[in-house]
Each structure stands twice: as structure tokens, then as C-alpha cells.
Design a protein around this ligand. Structure first.
Ligand code: NAD
Length: 484
């Protein structure tokens, strides 16, 4: 494996980094360094933002029908280089190739949806709100958008925002996660090939400090953040202080409720994939299975079995689950498990994978409802089983946590499903679905500590987020006009 250089990109040029503070990028399956990233200096952050601001002056005036043409080309280029992209995701992020393919498919779907921006950006017109007076609204691009991204979906998450921002006429500065910069480096090469004018998309590599500089920069008009809840809250508060438009997706602790009438085979497979897929590092990973009444015994057995038999290894091999992102992450997960040692029924700490950052699927059971681990985002392949007597008690638990990203129900009862989707206080609901990830034409929702803001990523919400709505009230008195 050759070491890769990580460059910034602004004003249509790759920029050799000037920063002297570095971070190693690892292949988490082998525990080897594959690149070194230089954290951006303030001067570099300023240069990237200024390039985006300069490009905005002309890009905003390009007709929307022309602005979407590079997106049509990008879609074809992403399809052409699909496998190379998925290999880069697996290399730096550790997930299996099948999971990386699923991720890139979702990214491409957002490019496809944003190609419809000439339609999506239309707004309202009322003829004759009073005699001779019409009123209408127009959506105009905000300006430079900063996109601050997490490590777990380096190909997909930037695309919840990017294609919409540029299609409406804004320009962007992306800060990928410092742990996985190579996917965005490759995506940027492909965006360059799609014919986007220089400065419309820019990439700056760095960590928390770089995010904070972008948030404070007066030429940055909007902040789109995805990451842990603590950081999301921090970004939301800072952005508000600087008067910026802001949307922050946060962390999660997702419950799935299993009723006694649920189909055991399909539900187990779907829940195991949700809990252990991407090594539990999805914001939509199931983390707590609430087994209602008679569901307890059979589902506890089947989920234990699914955890114990899941094939774990290097994502490039024929496996069902890869490593977690870093040694620090593995240690954090293991120390959380050590704190509830007596509740570990399937123990993923024990395995013979001697290289890389592996924790195998783990099951926790018999925890007291007040145990803090039931409220802590583990972000690893750990599923906790708890028992509740009724759907009411299960719903009460679902609505009692701080997070509200996703909740799922497994049942054959339409009545129970209808009640669940109405009463669960979360942003995304799954019914007999374990990863309720909204398609690109729906908002990627979230509630409570899982989302700060109002407009989400994807689809129409993203179009609205990256535009200002201006209202025009217009009168053309008859008596002022020449007669024709
Ligand atoms: P993270 O919060 O550590 O980092 C996210 C990004 O923010 C990175 O680019 C990082 O450099 C930057 N950052 C870190 N701390 C910051 C701070 N205090 N202020 C400003 N910027 C900061 O998250 P991560 O470990 O990369 O990603 C995993 C987390 O993201 C999990 O909590 C997961 O649930 C969450 N996530 C949520 C969603 C969602 O849609 N709700 C989607 C994916 C991931």
C-alpha cells in the first residue's frame, strides 16, 4: 500500500498543505497508516472560503438549467468509477464492500434528485391578492455553505447537502472528517472532471478547530453539520452566535421494539444487520432491542445466535462486518463493555483477529433500566436486549431517552404499527425495517438531541436550507401604463 498525500482543494486547484500539525489516516482493518493529513492553517481556511465567495458572484447568476448540467455529468462519472470509490471507502472506513456500495448508491441518488432543482426551486405566486396587485416569492442562493462531515459515511453524507447547495447557486467548502479524507479527495477529482467552474466546490482538511474557523468566518453563510450530539450542540450554538443559518444532525441510541407476533426469521436478520452492519457505526444502527412479552425468549435466542455467527474481518474479504474506525474507538467500546461485564452474554471483545481495530458483535442483557449504558451512544457492534410487558411500556422507554434519531417496530399488526409511528418521538421510523434511512427525496430527519435546527438534509428541505426566500408584492396601476 502506497502512502497517499492529502491535499486541500480550492479555486479549481489542488493545494499542497502548509500546516505542520498532522494526523495519521489508518486502514482500520490492518491498523496501518495509509496517509498523513496536515490540519489546515487559518490562512488556508480563509483562502478556501474566499475562493468559494468569489465563485458565488458568478455562479449565482448562471441559470439553474445550466447549473444542473455538471450534476448530470457527475452522475455518469460516479457510476463509471463506482467500484473504485467503494474500495476507497472500505480502505479508510473499514466497512464491507457491500456496505460501501450501498453508501455510494445513496450518494448518487442525491445527485439524481438535485438534477430536478429547476422544478424543486419553484416557489409560490398569487395573482390579485388585491385589485391590480400580485404577490410571489423567489428563492435565491444564500452564499458560501460550509459542510462539516463525520467519519462513518465519507461518500454519502456530504451528498445530503452538496448537490442541492450548488444546484441552487450557492458554493461550498467541505470539511471531511480528518479520519477519512481520501474518499472526498477522490470525489473532488471526479467533481473537477464534471465541469464545475472553479471555486464552486472546495475542500479543506482539518479537525474541530477548522470547523470553528469556518463557522466564525464572515463570508460563510450556512453551516451543515453531521456528527456526535456534543459537537452538534456546540456547532449549533456557535453558528447561532455568529448569526448563521445552521442544521446539525447529532448522535443516536436507536431502539427497536419487537412484538410477539413478529416474524422471527426475517426480523432477526434485519435487526442483526441494523445492529452490527457497518460495525454498529451507523447513526441508524439499532442499539437496544425491546422484547415485548412472549417475544423475549425466542428473540433473545435468535439475536444471540445472529451475533455469535456473524462473519467478521477485513471489509475487502467475504465478511458481514468490518472493524471499528480506530484503536481509540475500540478501546472506548471495550471499556464501556468492561463497565457492565456481568451483563455481556455474547462477548465481542474475545476474538482471534490480531490486526486492526476489531470488536465482534456483542450482546448485553439483564441491565437495570437506570444503567447509564442504556442512554450512552456506544457506536460499535453492541446490541442490548431489554424486556417490557406491553407496547405502552416499550413506547414509554422509546420516548424517555435523550436521542430521537430512529425507532423501529417489528410486528404483523397494522394497528400497532399505526400507533407506533404516531407516538414514537423520533425523526425516522421503521416498521419491519431496521435501518429507516430516508431516500434522497425525503428529509433525513431527527429529533431531540439527534437534531438541532429545522430544515434537514436531502430533497426539498435542502433546497430551502440553501436559499433565501424573498417575497415580492407588485402593483402595476392601469393609469400609469401607455395604451396599446
Ligand atoms: P464527531 O462529532 O467527532 O465529528 C464530526 C465532524 O465534526 C468532524 O469533521 C470533526 O472534525 C468535527 N468536529 C468534532 N468535534 C467538533 C466540535 N466540537 N465542533 C465543531 N466540529 C467538530 O463525529 P464522528 O465520530 O466523526 O461521527 C460519528 C457521530 O456522528 C456519531 O455520534 C453518529 O451518531 C453521528 N452521526 C449522525 C448522523 C445523523 O444523521 N444524525 C449521521 C452520521 C453520523
Amino acid at each position: 500500500m502506497e502512502m497517499q498525500d492529502v491535499y486541500h482543494y480550492w479555486g479549481g486547484q489542488w493545494q499542497k498543505p502548509l500546516g505542520t500539525e498532522t494526523i495519521e489516516v489508518h486502514d482500520p482493518a490492518l491498523g496501518q497508516t495509509i496517509a498523513t493529513l496536515n490540519l489546515a492553517t487559518e490562512q488556508e481556511v480563509n483562502a478556501a472560503v474566499e475562493a468559494a465567495h468569489t465563485a458565488f458572484q458568478s455562479w449565482r447568476r448562471v441559470p439553474v438549467t445550466e447549473r444542473v448540467q455538471p450534476l448530470f455529468r457527475l452522475k455518469a462519472i460516479l457510476e463509471r468509477d463506482f467500484e473504485a470509490l467503494t474500495r476507497t471507502i472500505t480502505l479508510e472506513c473499514g466497512k464491507t464492500l457491500a456496505e460501501s456500495r450501498g453508501e455510494m448508491r445513496r450518494a448518487i441518488e442525491n445527485v439524481e434528485t438535485a438534477c430536478g432543482t429547476p422544478y424543486l426551486i419553484q416557489s409560490a405566486f398569487n395573482e390579485s391578492i388585491a385589485p391590480g396587485i400580485d404577490e410571489f416569492s423567489i428563492r435565491q442562493p444564500l452564499g458560501v455553505a460550509a459542510l462539516l462531515c463525520p467519519f462513518n459515511f465519507p461518500g454519502m453524507i456530504p451528498f445530503w447537502f452538496l448537490p442541492y447547495a450548488i444546484a441552487v447557486g450557492s458554493t461550498v467548502v467541505i470539511k471531511p472528517s480528518e479520519r477519512v479524507p481520501l474518499t472526498m479527495q477522490m470525489l473532488m477529482q471526479l467533481m473537477q472532471e464534471s465541469g464545475l467552474p472553479q471555486g464552486v466546490v472546495n475542500v479543506i482538511n482539518g479537525g474541530r478547530h477548522t470547523s470553528e474557523q469556518l463557522i466564525a468566518h464572515p463570508l460563510v453563510k450556512s453551516i451543515s453539520f453531521v456528527g456526535s450530539s456534543a459537537a452538534a450542540r456546540n456547532v449549533y450554538l456557535q453558528a447561532a452566535t455568529h448569526g448563521k443559518r445552521v442544521q446539525c444532525q447529532g448522535g443516536a441510541k436507536n431502539p427497536v421494539v419487537i412484538l410477539p407476533d413478529a416474524d422471527i426469521e426475517t426480523s432477526t436478520a434485519v435487526i442483526a444487520d441494523s445492529a452490527f452492519g457497518c460495525a454498529g457505526q451507523r447513526c441508524l444502527a439499532s442499539s437496544i432491542a425491546i422484547l415485548v412479552g412472549e417475544a423475549n425468549k425466542p428473540f433473545a435466542e435468535s439475536l444471540r445466535d445472529a451475533a455469535a455467527t456473524r462473519k467478521t474481518g477485513n471489509g475487502f474479504d467475504d465478511v458481514q462486518m468490518g472493524p471499528v474506525i480506530s484503536e481509540a474507538s475500540r478501546h472506548r467500546i471495550e471499556s464501556l463493555l468492561n463497565s457492565v461485564n456481568e451483563n455481556v452474554s455474547i462477548d465481542g471483545r474475545k476474538h482471534d483477529l490480531d490486526k486492526g481495530y476489531f470488536v465482534k458483535p456483542t450482546i448485553l442483557e439483564n441491565l437495570d433500566d437506570t444503567n447509564p449504558i442504556l442512554r450512552t451512544e456506544i457506536f460499535g457492534p453492541v446490541l442490548t436486549l431489554i424486556e417490557k410487558p406491553t407496547i405502552e411500556a416499550a413506547l414509554e422507554f422509546v420516548n424517555s431517552g435523550a436521542y430521537g434519531n430512529m425507532a423501529c417496530l417489528f410486528t404483523r399488526s397494522g394497528e400497532a404499527a399505526r400507533r407506533f409511528r404516531t407516538e414514537a418521538e423520533v425523526g425516522n421510523v421503521g416498521i419491519n425495517v431496521g435501518v429507516a434511512a430516508p431516500m434522497s427525496y425525503f428529509p433525513f430527519s431527527g429529533a431531540r438531541e439527534s437534531f438541532f435546527g429545522d430544515l434537514h438534509g436531502q430533497g426539498e428541505d435542502a433546497i430551502r436550507f440553501f436559499t433565501n426566500e424573498k417575497v415580492v408584492v407588485e402593483r402595476w396601476p392601469k393609469e400609469w401604463s401607455r395604451k396599446f
